[in-house]
Every structure is written in structure tokens, then in C-alpha cells.
Design a protein around this ligand. Structure first.
Ligand SMILES: Cc1cc2nc3c(=O)[nH]c(=O)nc-3n(C[C@H](O)[C@H](O)[C@H](O)COP(=O)(O)OP(=O)(O)OC[C@H]3O[C@@H](n4cnc5c(N)ncnc54)[C@H](O)[C@@H]3O)c2cc1C
Length: 472
């Protein structure tokens, strides 16, 4: 698509707030689409250390953007997935990731977060569109534009804003304020509190050098009582998270802030607890190589992901528990879906500049596609987390006695429904991404050019789950 130019001389312009995972994926898409944009980041590019695991549907999008080869230079796919009981006894050892790779051409790839963000940034042909150390002081919406005021007195003007500013988003707050003025009653207090009313856990994040007893391409989970260990073990590092259940949930607008002393105190609570049959947590803690951190783990999905000229993606719109490593992946998929809608909307607009009404339609179509999928993942992530730390006796029973008996192939088939039905970027080729046994619904749609995508997803889910599970 050529650089979009409106009749009045100003090109269609998008302001992206946040240059984290979703913001940088969005910037890459916008540069491929040739859409004028600016990315405003309050900090630096790629600041935080820690691991993030990528799954096949996101890897395919990253392949389309041209960064998969770079990712493969620093990351390797996971092989083992082992679970241990509270006493350190092994309760399962699965080959699920291998089955997923067979089915979808790629399994689960953990990568250092900083590396991923740097790769995405380095891939941008024009880096001048990304501005760091930006302090936003106001966001104003008008009939024909949106303005973002910055602390240095400058103003960024555009047609729309993508709020990619994470779980503590300010873009969402401006969106809510605007909605309260022009659509009173749309955003309810129930919605405002829902995103964090169920914040019932926090996590200690520790990074160590690789630990031979844990393996180099393995995920290790230890079920404990009211907490659990979750370790991503690679040849680069062990990214360890220890998830603790709060005694009382923390509700909106309260936010806990943590100090180094809090991290020490949490670690001390579990130093003597078995991680595996060979290690206790003290063996991990003593090898920590960066200052440990503690963060709250919000969980939830907003009902309204857009209003006026603002649209939210990633953690600004929804937050999944990290125990099945899909929160950031859903954010990548959000961006792909939104970019497809924007690309179609721009092409269909008389002067390649969608009106406010057209933008509303674009955002609504994006939300309608993504929200059911994200709700499914947020729910699944929450249930997995509860199983991992024995939230109720039923969760304990499921984790220790039912889950270990579910065949690897069945698990891969179940989650595979979600992968195969994910969006890809419609405006970039996907040919060349490794093929698996299962087809991608979006490729089937490309071939037939007839399936309605929502019906297709539901139909595929229904048919696929029955057929595939029976096949094993
Ligand atoms: C311990 C842990 C492990 C996880 N592991 C995984 C995993 O393995 N796989 C997975 O898929 N997901 C994982 N997640 C979730 C994943 O990290 C998030 O879903 C993902 O980072 C969200 O991306 P985002 O772009 O929406 O937000 P972020 O990555 O948080 O990026 C937001 C960006 O916006 C910037 N920003 C914030 N406010 C402003 C402002 N006012 N102005 C300008 N810029 C601003 C921030 O500085 C940041 O750069 C994990 C989460 C945790 C806590």
C-alpha cells in the first residue's frame, strides 16, 4: 500500500503509545503498510530482562514481518514439560511441545524479552518514528483528529491512537474520560473494576544462569500450596517465576508497589521448598544474576476495547495469567487483527483516510474477532494457574491426578484449535513458514475466499475438537 495521503494534505496518521511488545509489532506492520505513524514510549527500547515464550501462531506473524530468522539465532524451541508435586516428586513429563511442533510447524520458543524487543526495533526500516523518554500530559479527541500533548510542549496530531501501553495504561484512562463525556453510561464502574478486581496473585521474578539439573530446553512447574514455581530453562538463562496467592484480592484502583525488601521477603518464605526431586528454591535463589522483581498479576478482559479515535491492544485491553505463557502472544495477534482491519479500511476509504465512523467500524470488527479468543485464553490461563497452586481441593486433584493422565497429543490437539484459527497478516506473505500436519484456517480461507471468518473459527473449533481428539 502506498503512503496514504488525504485530500487536505495530511496523510492518514496513527499514534502508537508504547514501544513494548505490541507497540513494536504495530510499528513494524505500519512500516510494511506504508502508513504514517509515530510511536511514543515513556522509557527506553527493550529495558526489562526476563523470558517470554512465543507460540506457533505468533511465530508465523513474526515470520511474516521478517524477524523469525533473527529470533532463531538467539532462541531454541522447548522440548520437555515437567511437573513436580509439593514434595518434589515428578508427576508428569510430557512431549506436548514436540506434538505442537509436528502439528503447526513450530512449538514453543522462549526468548529473552530484551532480545525480542531489540530484534523488532532493529527490523524497522525507519527508526525515527519511534520516540523514547516521552511524557504524555494530555490526549484530546476532536471531530476530525486526535491530539497527544507532550511534556515538552509539542503536540502529536493523528487520526487515531493505538493504546499499546501495557497493563497500567494511561491511554485507557483518557479513553474512559472521553467516553464519560460523549457516551455516558457506556463504561460502567463494573467494567473499570473488573480488570483488576480479580488480582489475586503476585509473582517474584528471578533470573539465573542455566542450571544443568533443570535442563536447557525445558519448562518446569512445581505445584505447591498457595504458590507455585514456574521455570523456563534455556541455554541462555533460567527465567524463574514464583507465583503467590494473596490472602485478600487487591481491587481497582489499588496498586501494590514493591521494593527489593519485598522480593527478599517473598523468597525467604519458600527457600526450603522443593522445586524438583534434586533442588530446593534456595539452590535457585543463590544463583540469581539480576535484581529480582515482584509484580502484581492482573487477570481480566475489558468489554470495551475502543472508543472514539482510540483503540487498545495487548495488556491495555486484557491480561492473562502468565502460567501458560499466552498473554503476550494474544497481544501480537491483536495487532495482526487490528492491522488487517486498518489495511482494509484504508483501502476502502475515498481518500485513503477512514472517517471517524469508518474507524469505529474498523475497531469494532477487530474487537469482535479478538475478544472471544482472548476470553478463552484468559480463562484457560486462570484455570491452569489455580491448578498449579492448588487453589481448591478440586484444582489440586486435577493438577496431581487428572492432568498427568491426559495424553500429550490430546493436549496439543486442544490448544492447537486456538493456534490454527489465529489471524495472520493479510497484507504480507506467509508462504515459507514451516508446515505442520494441521492447516491454518486463514490459509484455507485464502484458498476458498468464501468462509466467513467468525463462523469459520466457531465451526473449526467444533469440528476440529471432535475430529482431532477422536483421531488420537
Ligand atoms: C512474569 C511474566 C511472564 C510472562 N511470560 C509470558 C510468556 O512467556 N508469553 C507470553 O505470551 N506472555 C507472557 N507474559 C505476558 C506478557 O509479558 C505481556 O502480555 C506483554 O508484555 C504485553 O505487551 P504490551 O505491549 O501490551 O505491554 P508491555 O510489554 O507492558 O509494553 C507497554 C509499553 O508501553 C510503555 N508505556 C507505558 N505507559 C506509557 C506512557 N504513559 N507513555 C508512553 N509509553 C508508555 C511501557 O514503557 C512499555 O514499553 C508474562 C508476563 C509476566 C508478568
Amino acid at each position: 500500500m502506498a503512503q496514504t495521503q488525504a485530500q487536505n494534505g495530511r496523510p492518514f496518521r496513527i499514534i502508537v503509545v508504547g514501544a513494548g511488545l505490541t507497540g513494536l509489532v504495530a510499528a513494524n506492520c505500519l512500516q510494511k503498510l506504508g502508513i504514517n505513524h509515530v510511536v511514543l514510549e515513556k522509557g527506553n527500547i527493550a529495558p526489562l530482562k526476563g523470558g517470554i515464550a512465543l507460540w506457533p501462531h505468533s511465530l508465523r506473524i513474526l515470520y511474516q514481518l521478517g524477524v523469525l530468522e533473527e529470533i532463531k539465532k538467539v532462541a531454541k524451541p522447548c522440548r520437555g514439560f515437567r511437573g513436580y508435586g509439593a514434595d518434589g516428586r515428578k508427576v508428569y513429563d510430557t512431549q506436548m511441545y514436540h506434538c505442537i511442533e509436528e502439528n503447526h510447524g513450530a512449538g514453543m520458543w522462549p526468548i529473552e524479552r530484551t532480545d525480542l524487543l531489540q530484534i523488532l526495533y532493529d527490523n524497522l526500516p525507519d527508526k525515527s518514528s519511534v520516540k523514547t523518554k516521552i511524557n504524555i500530559t494530555d490526549i484530546k479527541q476532536f471531530r476530525d483528529r486526535v491530539e497527544v500533548e507532550l511534556a515538552d510542549g509539542t503536540v502529536e496530531t493523528g487520526d487515531m491512537i493505538i493504546g499499546a501501553d501495557g497493563v497500567h495504561t494511561i491511554v485507557r484512562n483518557y479513553m474512559w474520560d472521553h467516553a464519560a463525556k460523549v457516551s455516558p453510561g457506556l463504561i460502567t464502574s463494573a467494567e473499570k473494576t473488573s480488570k483488576s478486581s480479580s488480582t489475586w496473585s503476585e509473582t517474584l521474578i528471578v533470573t539465573t544462569p542455566p542450571i544443568p539439573e533443570l535442563g536447557y530446553r525445558d519448562i518446569v512447574i512445581t505445584f505447591q500450596n498457595k504458590f507455585n514455581f514456574l521455570f523456563t530453562c534455556t541455554h541462555q538463562a533460567v527465567w524463574a517465576v514464583v507465583v503467590f496467592q494473596y490472602d485478600e484480592p487487591v481491587t481497582h484502583p489499588h496498586r501494590k508497589r514493591y521494593t527489593d525488601a519485598d522480593a527478599e521477603a517473598l523468597a525467604k518464605r519458600v527457600l526450603d521448598k522443593p522445586v524438583t526431586d534434586q533442588l530446593v528454591f534456595a539452590d535457585i535463589w543463590k544463583r540469581r544474576r539480576e535484581p529480582p522483581r515482584v509484580v502484581m498479576l492482573q487477570e481480566g478482559v475489558l468489554e470495551n476495547w475502543h472508543h472514539g479515535r482510540i483503540c487498545l491492544v495487548g495488556d491495555a485491553a486484557h491480561k492473562a495469567h502468565p502460567n501458560i505463557a499466552l498473554g503476550g502472544n494474544t497481544g501480537i495477534e491483536d495487532v495482526a487483527q487490528l492491522m488487517n482491519q486498518i489495511s482494509r479500511g484504508v483501502d476502502a476509504s475515498p481518500h485513503k483516510r477512514p472517517s471517524a465512523t469508518a474507524l469505529d467500524g474498523i475497531f469494532e470488527a477487530y474487537q469482535n474477532e479478538q475478544k472471544p479468543r482472548v476470553k478463552h485464553i484468559v480463562n484457560l490461563s486462570g484455570q491452569a494457574a489455580r491448578m498449579h497452586f492448588s487453589y481448591t481441593p478440586i484444582h489440586k486433584f486435577l493438577g496431581n491426578w487428572v492432568y498427568p493422565w491426559i495424553k500429550d497429543k490430546w493436549q496439543a490437539a486442544y490448544i492447537g484449535q486456538y493456534f490454527s484459527s489465529a489471524s495472520k497478516l493479510e497484507f504480507l506473505p506467509s508462504k515459507g513458514f514451516p508446515a505442520g500436519k494441521k492447516s491454518w484456517l486463514s490459509d484455507v480461507e485464502d484458498e476458498t475466499e468464501s468462509q466467513d471468518s467468525e463462523q469459520g473459527f466457531k465451526q473449526h473449533q467444533r469440528e476440529g475438537s471432535v475430529k482431532e481428539i477422536l483421531a488420537y
